[in-house]
Design a protein around this ligand. Structure first.
Ligand code: NAD
Length: 473
């Protein structure tokens, strides 16, 4: 090994950082925290120190760090997916594993940072994308490690570090991921703590991250409360908020494809995804045929009494505001067969989705249910369907889906909905590159408008101008 000034500086900084954090000094790695901290201040300081080292490195080292995260997500997806499933006890194992693989494969990295050039008679200007520093991230229980890994890839590619407050019910897998990523990154480029995490997260530790002067930017992924909390902070916040994605089906749609797509999206990970199909508005002339098509693809139809029985148990008043309804924790992300069993109905274990006809004011339409029951509302025409879709999306500006072969209808709905993701004639996940074109993120910034996050989302633009020179031709 060549002993350079940089190497000596890194070793000294690392030892000091570990002394400050009260951890064992680096040696063979045993007893090291690898990014897990009890205390927000120590976590932010360690990440800040790591980021200062990282900032001096070139894009090659950023790519190496990103590749460590990608490799672990892909190669250890089975083990990590199983760990997440066992800890959170929601969703479906096969999709926990798949989400890690796609996070590793499809999250955009360093290649997204393209320097822009203006060149002319007056010289040259370059616009480059610089890191912010330490970014505070908040992750949801619905995809704890995939969100963290996707944020890590975006943030490392753009030269940032993060401090994470994970959801308490997905904290163990989030910490394991951070430790594995840090160990691999340390081995690859000699820097630890680019990713730090609070081992025992609370609302207070989240607030401490929001308030910490060493945190330059926030990226929160979750429901309405955390979005509001982040937007109250004076820091720049990227907010990936809740959704309640409606589906419109008109009389021109390919009904078999519509049914298969609604099932593929609404049943994925037991409907935990914020983009997942949550309610359907279908025009009367094809309504019965669409319902019939659903039953051909492992979806089971509930009757009125069964829907009422499920609603009574699965949608409840919020503890802090009785006028507000929410999904019951014990039903979120459970299998369709489990939901059926809770209302005394036996369905095949491999049932993908439960569905049934409801009024538009039914709680399963209004609430983001995050479980595999999808209500279908019969509408007199497509304009009514689009109006209802807009109403029940609640202005989240998240995701909407249409099944139609009429370009004018598709265009009108796209304009009306004004959502971050608008999908036509496929399942919702096509909008994140699964069966559709494009890249992926598990943080889709909705109220703040950045959409599917990329490394560029987490950068400051810097312009460098040479007046009157350096243009070669
Ligand atoms: P949640 O809102 O209960 O929790 C999300 C995170 O926010 C957790 O880490 C939680 O501890 C934290 N949190 C909650 N209230 C907070 C507060 N007042 N201050 C600080 N932190 C707070 O959501 P969840 O059940 O974990 O995830 C599901 C929700 O997230 C759904 O609404 C879903 O639509 C949304 N989501 C959105 C996206 C997106 O990309 N837009 C992605 C995944 C999930």
């Amino acid at each position: 090994m060549t002993v350079t000034d940089d190497l000596i500086r890194n070793v000294v900084q690392e030892v000091l950082s570990h002394m400050r954090n009260g951890q064992a000094a680096p040696g063979n790695g045993k007893g090291r925290a690898w990014g897990v901290f009890d205390d927000v201040d120590a976590a932010v300081n360690a990440a800040a120190e790591a980021q200062r080292q990282f900032e001096r490195r070139g894009l090659d080292d950023r790519k190496k760090a990103v590749d460590c995260v990608r490799r672990i997500c892909i190669e250890r997806s089975e083990e990590l997916g199983r760990d997440e499933f066992e800890e959170t006890k929601i969703g479906r194992l096969v999709h926990k594993i798949e989400k890690l693989v796609v996070a590793g494969e499809k999250t955009p990295g360093v290649e997204f940072l393209k320097t822009e050039v203006s060149s002319g008679a007056n010289g040259i200007s370059l616009t480059e994308y610089a890191p912010f520093g330490v970014v505070g991230i908040i992750t949801p229980v619905t995809h704890s490690l995939p969100t963290l890994a996707g944020n890590a890839i975006n943030l490392l590619a753009s030269g940032n570090a993060f401090v994470c407050n994970p959801h308490p019910s997905g904290a163990r897998i989030a910490c394991k991921g951070v430790q594995l990523f840090n160990q691999a990154i340390h081995q690859a480029i000699g820097i630890d703590n680019l990713l730090t995490i609070i081992g025992k997260p609370t609302l207070e530790s989240a607030q401490a991250i929001f308030d910490h002067k060493g945190v330059r930017m926030l990226c929160v992924t979750g429901g309405p409360a955390v979005g509001r909390a982040a937007l109250r902070s004076p820091k720049r916040a990227i907010v990936a908020g809740p959704g309640n994605p409606p589906v419109v089906v008109d009389e021109t749609a390919d009904l078999d494809n519509a049914a298969r797509s609604i099932i593929a999206g609404g049943a994925y990970d037991n409907n935990l995804l914020c983009i997942g199909e949550k309610e359907v508005f279908a025009v009367a002339s094809i309504f019965d045929e669409l319902m019939e098509a659903m039953t051909r693809h492992k979806a089971v139809r509930l009757d009125k009494a069964q829907i009422e029985a499920l609603t009574k148990q699965a949608i409840v008043a919020a503890p802090d505001d009785k006028s507000h309804l929410m999904a019951h924790k014990d039903f979120i992300g459970q299998d369709a067969a489990v939901l059926a069993q809770r209302i005394g109905l036996k369905v095949p274990a491999d049932t993908e989705l439960l569905f049934g006809e409801t009024e538009d004011s039914q709680p399963f339409v209004t609430v983001e249910q995050m479980m595999p029951f999808v209500p279908f509302v019969r509408t007199k025409d497509v304009d009514t369907a689009i109006a209802m879709a807009k109403k029940y999306e609640h202005g989240f500006k998240h995701t909407a889906i249409i099944h139609s072969r009429n370009v004018e209808t598709i265009t009108r709905m796209g304009r009306e909905m004004d959502v971050s993701l608008f999908v036509q004639n496929g399942p919702s996940q096509a909008s994140l590159g699964a069966g559709g074109e494009g890249y992926l993120s598990f943080s889709i910034a909705t109220p703040t408008g950045e959409g599917v996050t990329t490394p560029v989302t987490f950068t400051r633009q810097r312009r460098s101008t040479t007046a009157g020179g350096t243009r070669g031709v």
